[in-house]
Design a protein. Sequence first.
Lengths: 315, 315
Amino acid sequence: VINTPARVAPETAARVQQAIDRLGYRPNVYAQGLMTRRSHLLGLLLPDIHGEFYSELLRGADMEARQAGLHVLVSSDAGRSDSPDDAGFFNSNIVGMLAGLAVMITEPNAALVRQLERLHLPLVVIDKDLTGPRTDRVLVDNGSGAREATEALLRTMNTADVFFLGGPEENFDTSERGRAFIDTLSSRGAGIGPGQVQYGTYDVEWGFAAGKALLSARKGYRTGVLAGNDEIAVGVLQAAASLGVSVPRELQIIGFDDTRIASMVRPQLSAVHVPMSEVGAGAVRLLLQRIQSPGSPGKTVTLPTKLVLRGTTAD
Amino acid sequence: VINTPARVAPETAARVQQAIDRLGYRPNVYAQGLMTRRSHLLGLLLPDIHGEFYSELLRGADMEARQAGLHVLVSSDAGRSDSPDDAGFFNSNIVGMLAGLAVMITEPNAALVRQLERLHLPLVVIDKDLTGPRTDRVLVDNGSGAREATEALLRTMNTADVFFLGGPEENFDTSERGRAFIDTLSSRGAGIGPGQVQYGTYDVEWGFAAGKALLSARKGYRTGVLAGNDEIAVGVLQAAASLGVSVPRELQIIGFDDTRIASMVRPQLSAVHVPMSEVGAGAVRLLLQRIQSPGSPGKTVTLPTKLVLRGTTAD
DNA sequence: GTGAAAGCGCTAACAT
DNA sequence: ATGTTAGCGCTTTCAC
């Protein structure tokens, strides 16, 4: 009655259904799994579980998975378990319950890649262009976004007046964004001055410190900043406020990601929009396809970014 | 060798271990589960999966679970599946894999409560004081926080000059916070004027709209606002900026939750701190205890709140 | 210290 | 249209 309703007489089905309800019968998922080898659980391994960015990504993944009747198990253990006997994600029995795994890799992590390789699980990599024969990828078009933002800054400023304040130098996104910034300047025949491209951490504190140092050194000059993410941009914005530098008149700032934070600060942050929930949803979509046809060649989906101009930029 | 290493000779164990490595043997979790009836999966059912608040809660839960060697499965399906044949969380086979479930209930939801009752699973309820005999609860001390905040406002303002702009009226937290606000005023012998307590939604937009209306109506008067959460407070802050009302001189604002957003805006938001990650961690802790001793009486943990004064309040 | 066997609850294949 | 049976891979118990 449960598995092949078509094969059973309606009257019998009704009687059986009644018994099911009366007894509170629930199929045992373990026995089911033992037979079918089918799983309804997708793993999502993130560098961190917190903050607007990952939270939105997770939401996108969850929505997409739910539509397919699957569930998402998040873990932020990625790469933390360097030693093989560590009780990390890869050694936990949960791995055996997963139908597939989406991993976000934001910086070089040989140990993690090695673990993934010997997993023999449908795999989708987010962010890092890990080249496996049957691994799919979800990428974000950092280059276009950073280029567009840099050009927006250069419409009203000289190449010597714009700065990139990124996150960690090893971070794939930051490094792509930084490179696009540099390329945009180079394509106009400009060199990169000292301090014009700086790397730090993805938080308000670093943005504030770097912004303060930068603005102090540039008293009287108009300045443009492309930040590695929104939080850094907010830090720079705070630095400007604390130094009495007017935004966007004296200082223009463009953030990256366009999280909800961008519209919570004043002036509202101009930012390169990254479709975070689409990243999560896309990863799940690719994973589902791969589970369906495990042998197909690795696909790469690159999601577009888009500059959103708000109050921290001006013509 | 895997299950009872003590019972096997070291030399044999080594040989077996070698074979395990060579063959890449991994115990089948389903077969294991079939025998042991043990699970390493905890469910976490949230009203929403997104935003600083839930994301921090999830992180706390995840950290605590990981320490115990368990994993957390989040779902934001809560209560959405009203019809019994809906493919919602409760009808998914995943429920059978859970060792326990933590549910956050933020407003009355009879359907959800009914579903939970017939689940026969170790249960922890977050936020709503659902009274089941063997159900544990994690509560936040909204009353103290709201009282403390209201009193802070009243140190420099009259009872007629302070306002509560909450989230949805049905929301348990908002209603507790609002009640404490009213009680604090009442305890000083003051009545509640029209519009002095307002309910809306938990977002910046509503805070902005309500703030604008309020401030327009109170031109020339000093005003104090206790917001239902940080986002509403940010909305009010933006309303003040757009009307040229000086904060904290003419308008004082206190947010609720103290998410990271509070320190990202300028001036930085004074707010009642809610230990979000502790809520998640506490729920998992209670759940683990209940799994250990399913028969024990329901425990309630009430987590303290604390007023954090920043730039939107003044003496 | 090691091996053997029963059986967990289900699905799939086959027999009726 | 319905009933029967083997066996998924493990743990547990018992025999050696």
